[in-house]
Structure formats: C-alpha cells, structure tokens
Design a protein. Structure first.
Lengths: 413, 413
C-alpha cells in the first residue's frame, strides 16, 4: 500500500518554514505498514493543486493533504477538492459549529460568521472532527483511492492522524508489515564500511534493503524489510543485524531507539546510578536540550550552566580569571575548570564542559574558528581534548554536541 | 523563472530525517528571483527518479536535485541522471581525485579505489567542485532546462549552492525581482484580522499576494510581489505595509527579520544597554538557545540556569525549600524566586524564569498539565503570570518559549 503526502502552501516553497509535518506523517504511516512513495509540496494555486491530485491518484492508494484549510481567502484547498471530485453540493455540519463556538467561548473570543464556513464541507466528504482547532479534516474515497485533507497546524494534524486517519486506513486496506532496523556506527567512513560488508550486502534477500546514512562523523546503516508475514520479517532482520554485529563489531554503538547517543547515555547513567551536569559556551544549551529531550532524564540529569561570557564563566563556574588571561577562554584549561565548576555546584558524579570558537569571523586568517575543547570529569578521572571541526558555524556546533555525547558514552561505559 | 527541488532518499519518506535542505534552497532561490514551484521527495529507485525528472522538466526551468551521490550502492542518482540524458560516456576528473586524496590525508584515512568512482561523471555534466566533501556537484543544460545534482550533506550542499549554482543561474537566465514582507501580529485570530483588513485585501493589485500564517498565538501576514522592476515592487510593497500599520496598529510587533521576537528583544536590549539572564525548568534550555541563536547576543545575554529538579532550583538559584513545599515547584512563587536567583547570580538587569508542567502524564484527571508560570523581573519591577497552554507537550513547551519572549519584549520596550 503506497501513500503520497501533499503539503499545500507557499510558506514551505519560499523557505519560510520547514516541513516537519511530512516527517511525522511518514513515521506514522510506516508503523501501520503503509509506504510513503512521494512527498510533494505545492503552491496554494488551484490548477497546481488539481494537477498534483491527479498525478498522485495515478501513483498511490492513499493521498494525505495538509495545509490550506484556514478561514481566510488564501486557503483554497477545500474549494479545489470539491472541484476535483465534481462535488458542487455543500453540507453544513452543526456539530462543528458548536465545537468552534465552544473553543471561542473558552478563550473569550466572539464567534464570527466567517467561521461558519469552516463547518461547511463538500457533500462527498466524511467529517473528521478536529478536537484541537477549528478546521475539520475530510476523508474521501473514490476510484479506490483515499484522499484525506487535514489542517496544517502540527498538533491539530497529529490529533487527526492518530485518532481518525490511521484507524480508518487500517479498516479500509489489508496492510503488509514494514520493519526498519537502524544500526549506528562511529569512526569509519561510508566507503570503508561498504568494503567491509560487501559480501553481506550482495547476499541480502530482495525484500531487505540496505541504506547508508552518513552525518557528522557517524554512519547509520538502515535495513528495511516489507512482507506479509510479521514473524518471518522480524526473524530475517534480526539475523541480518546479528551478522552485522559479527562483521563490524568495534564500530557499532547501538540499534534503533537505543542508537541515539542521548538515549544510550541515559540508559548507561541510570544503570550505573550516576548523575551528570553540563557547562556550555559555544553550544548555548544545545547539549542540555539534547539530554533533556529523553523522557525520564530528570533521574540523572541535574542541570546546566550556559556561560556565554568570560565573566559568567568566572562568576558562575568559578573559572579563574588568571586561567582565562593566560590561556584565553577557548582553551583546555578553561574547559577543565568549567567542568569542575559544574560538577561541584550541581553535586553530580560527572560533568561535561565545552568551550571554543564556532565562528563566523570577519578575520579570514583566524585559525581559531572551528577549534573546540571538550572536558569530561568524574570522581576518578579528568580528561580534556582539542578538536578542529572546521566550519561553518552550524557544523561546529552540531559536531561539538555529537562529540560530547560520544565522549560521555565512552567514559561512562 | 520556476524551479523544482527534488530530494532523493528513503530517509525523508520514512520520516527518519526532516528535509531542511529544501527550505534553505527555497530561500536562496527566492533571493535571486527564482520561484520554487514544487518540492518533491522521492525514493531511491531508478524508475521513480526518471519519472520525477520528466515531470519536473515539463513544469519548470530549473531542477535542483539533492541526495544520492555517496560512494555506496544505495546511491543510484548518478547512473540514473546519465540514463535520463542518454549519456553513456563517463569522464574521470583528475582534480576531484586529487581533492579526495587531500581530504583523506588530512584526517589520516587511506584513499580507497572505491572513492575514484566519485570523480567519474557523465560526459554531459559540468563539474561543480565540492570543497567540503568528496562527492562533486553536476550541472546539465538540455532542452532549455537546467538540472543540478548536489550531495545531500547540508554544509556540502550549501557551499555548492552559494559558490557555484546561484552565480550560474544568474548568468544563464534573466531573472525577475521577488520580494516578501512579513508582518508579525499578536493577540488576534486569523479570521478576526481577515475581517479587519477585508477591503485592503480585496484591493491588492494582482502582482501582490497576501497569506496568513498562524502559529502558536501569532499570525504572520506575508505580502509577496514579483515583477521586472525592482523599484516599483519595493515602493508598492512599502506602501501596502504602511497601510497595514494604519489598519491594525495595536497588534503588529514587527517586520521581516525584525519580526522574530528574539531579534526584536536583542535590538531593544542592546539599544537600552541592558543585560538578561534566564532560569528554565520545563523548557530545558530552549529559551536560552533561542536568545543565543541571534548573532551578537553575547552583548546582552549573560547565561542561563537549566534547573530541572527541585534540588537544583534550591542549590543553584537559591529557591527556598519552604516555598516549594508550600506551593509546589510549579507555582508563581517558585517562578519568581527562580527569576530573582538568576538575576542575582548572573548580575543582570533583568531575568526571566519559567516553571510548570508540560506533561504528558498517565493521570488523565491531572489538571496541572499545561499550566505554566512565567516570571519577569528587573531592577524596578516583578511580575509573574499563570498560563494554561493545554497539551500536547510540544505545544506547551513552544508556547512557553514564545510567550516568555513576548513578555520580555513588552517589558523592556
């Protein structure tokens, strides 16, 4: 069963927003056995929308449309869908009018007649109630293709997908089983790994696909399988993962959900009953935010200092002014003193600290851009390392976060 | 001049990664007068790629392809492009071999013969040197359509777009002028604003488009214009923006780049020569990261405490254990004491602190989910407010960040 996700609205095309909706929808569809064949972002323009619907209808069984359902004039999706289905009858759904009135009453807004239009749907549409907002979703089934139209506001769309769309798809179609296993590796490049597992790759059965996903010093290997029989798929993928663990044992750090370093670090800290704190300069809180993103992190994560200036490094973390004067703020010595400060102030078992220069700079000869110092300390160990992550700024910050977690994992193992 | 962006790779379709490349490319193309007509994410499959190329060729003048250029087997883009252009001759580019050898030498990796394939391009391709990675970009021009193929690694893609692709497009085509103006508003819904500016909208000239972009309690109004004459476009949009400022003065907070609250806050703090610190609980550093994302923020932003546990609120910020016992950690009183702690410890002119319950919870009757307290203090003022941001968790966290910046802006104005 194949699906296409169509997002309507110029804001994605001109780069005003990032399309995170499609990613989330893709994940949810995969979980119930629907493959996403294509994602298309198109303009808020009648003819363009009609063309995209027609193309999608030829390609896939399920078309999920997001965006373009607000009360204002720039939203023409609903009219265009009605035209696409040759449906010139409009039906008003009183339960939607009541729901909108209730929503507005709660925040003390007056109900406006312009809002009533949101309760009016093409007659061929099955109403999907939107509990989190004013624009309802719509479900159409014609010529053996499902068309679903949803508002673009992320949490409204998510509610509708979870409560309405997925159960209806599962009822409508007989779905296969799709499984992905992602193995995280560190320290070797894509081509070197490919050479090491060449035979493995050549001997994969046709229903299992292997993909390489390199990013910032890591390569993820994704095995994907699809079939009727859940048990066969699971067993086959399990065996293939085991084979990979035999072939490249020393570079594998984890699998699937556990393969994210922040999860691994969390599991290890919990298991060993240890706590951690962080002190960050150039990463501005990003290491903290990454650690906190894991549910249950409060068990081991105590807090963070974001010390952007030399002054706060001194006042908050107790870094010595002399050390800064002698070695500059971006130095091994300062990284170490920052880590010691965080560990002591937050009374944790270990601490990680980073300082460095993420750039950019107007001085093209400035060799310090990209140079980063990462310190890790625990009760019985103090280590500090220097890295050069080059440029641009985005890469330096991301690699600093990723390398810090890598060091953390290694040290608490 | 219209463009289509095609991203190749299952990782976007199964929701493993978010497609941020297309957003960035969309912004860059718009700046030089190229409209993005469509963005398509497709599978790593020969026939699918060929179909997408053909469709795009019929729709647009410029096709930008990212992804699928690595050294391993799952990357079939290059072969498929060669087939699309009926080009069965391969040319090896020695400068690329030298470049790859140099890159590998720097990180002490051996050069592998499998890498040589990356230097081999279809004979019709114009080489685009990739200074940040091993896979070069390619430029094709046939039947009055430009096809550009780029690696998917973001900083490699960005380097190639900036240094190679944009200058070549500007040389190849006569481009119009595109201008967007975005006006940020607060406190009124999409439909209410639409009613207030109905006449304005109906009288817009055909070359100016208006779009409403609602999100988390803000509505952005975007005016877009396109034409040959830069001066006419600029004057016309300028006038329309002025008209909007007349029509809905009290809900507008800013324009374009200034319209991001973090930028506005930065400008205001710099102008008034004041400094700020933050203390965060449920947002886990996200307010800090938002403030730090502005270049030059070190002038006014001194640092942040991420105090996730009651214990760290007490130890780091000096919140009283009694206050927590009496009112719970999620209370007005604790928010205020957190702000006082941050202001004092970091010696800033003002401070903002947040505490609350972002959820989720297993207790469906838990009324505290979504309740958030935000405190702002300065030398002469202490205010604290209670909000209910409902659910889900993502919405609560984002609205807390956005509301904190809104309060900050209002108070430092």
């Amino acid at each position: 069963m194949n699906a296409e996700i169509i997002t309507i609205g110029d804001e994605i095309l001109i780069g005003q927003i990032v399309d995170t909706n499609s990613q989330w929808i893709g994940q949810q569809l995969n979980k119930i056995g629907v493959s996403v064949y294509q994602i298309s972002s198109i303009q808020d323009d009648k003819q363009h929308i009609l063309n995209a619907f027609k193309e999608a209808q030829e390609r896939v069984d399920i078309v999920i449309i997001t965006g373009g359902l607000g009360p204002t004039k720039d939203d023409i999706t609903k009219k265009t869908i009605a035209e696409f289905f040759n449906d010139d009858k409009v039906v008003e759904h009183p339960e939607v009018v009541e729901h909108i009135k209730g929503l507005f009453k709660r925040i003390n807004y007056p109900f406006r007649e312009v809002q009533r239009a949101q309760a009016q749907l093409p007659s061929k549409a099955i109403l999907l109630m939107n509990n989190f907002g004013t624009a309802p979703g719509m479900w159409f089934y014609e010529n053996e293709t499902v068309f679903v139209s949803l508002p673009g506001v992320p949490y409204e769309m998510k509610g509708l997908i979870t409560n309405e769309v997925l159960p209806r798809i599962q009822k409508q179609f007989k779905l296969p089983f799709i499984l992905h296993k992602t193995i995280m590796t560190y320290g070797q490049g894509e081509s070197m790994i490919a050479e090491r597992i060449e035979d493995f790759e050549n001997n994969l059965p046709t229903y299992i696909k292997l993909a390489y996903l390199p990013s910032f010093g890591r390569v993820r290997l994704r095995l994907s399988a699809k079939g009727e029989n859940k048990e066969i798929i699971e067993t086959a993928l399990h065996e293939k993962v085991d084979e990979l663990y035999q072939l490249i044992p020393e570079i594998i750090t984890g699998l699937d959900d556990d393969s994210s370093l922040e999860k691994r670090v969390g599991v290890l800290l919990k298991k060993s009953n240890r706590t951690i704190s962080t002190a960050e300069s150039l990463t501005g809180g990003k290491i903290a935010a990454t650690l906190v993103s894991i549910a249950g992190s409060s068990a081991y994560y105590k807090g963070s200092f974001v010390t952007y200036s030399a002054e706060t490094k001194i006042n908050l973390l107790g870094v010595s002014a002399e050390t800064i004067k002698k070695y500059t703020v971006a130095s091994k010595e300062v990284a170490l003193e920052m880590a010691r400060g965080a560990k002591e102030k937050l009374q944790t078992d270990c601490a990680i600290a980073v300082t460095g220069n993420a750039g950019p700079t107007t001085d093209h000869n400035d060799k310090s851009v990209g140079v980063v110092f990462i310190a890790f300390i625990s009760d019985d160990k103090e280590i500090v390392q220097e890295f050069n992550f080059g440029q641009p700024r985005e890469k330096v910050i991301n690699r600093t976060v990723s390398k810090s977690l890598e060091i953390l994992q290694k040290e608490i193992l």
